[in-house]
Design a protein around this ligand. Sequence first.
Ligand code: 5GP
Ligand code: ZN
Length: 110
Amino acid sequence: MEKDCIFCKIVNGEIPTTFLYKNDDLVIFRDINPHAPVHILIVPTRHIRSVNDLTGEDAKIVSDMIMAGKMMAEKEGISKSGYKLLYNVEKGGGQVIFHLHMHLIGGWKK
Ligand code: 5GP
Ligand code: ZN
């Protein structure tokens, strides 16, 4: 838990958020400012700043995040049409919230 981290506050309930899925290791909720018809965030409960801070010990959470993205794409009905799983890394990569998260984006009309 990092003081002043918005996603830590979402994880611990300080900022009320509707979770689409939650377990001890990650939470999933809709992006507040969606860039596509489906825009979902997959967020580890543990505070990790960015992809740059990942170590070999984090391999499980990273694979869990990707599997969760796949599961949510199926739930949202966008598996077949296709989607993006995206990590923005640090300021130059477009990262605004410095608590690791993966975007699931899709649902565009063909
Ligand atoms: P980044 O640019 O850091 O990869 O993406 C952060 C994302 O978090 C942005 O798409 C932004 O809209 C979303 N976001 C920021 N604050 C909140 C919030 O309080 N609730 C939700 N649901 N999404 C948020
Ligand atoms: Zn955090």
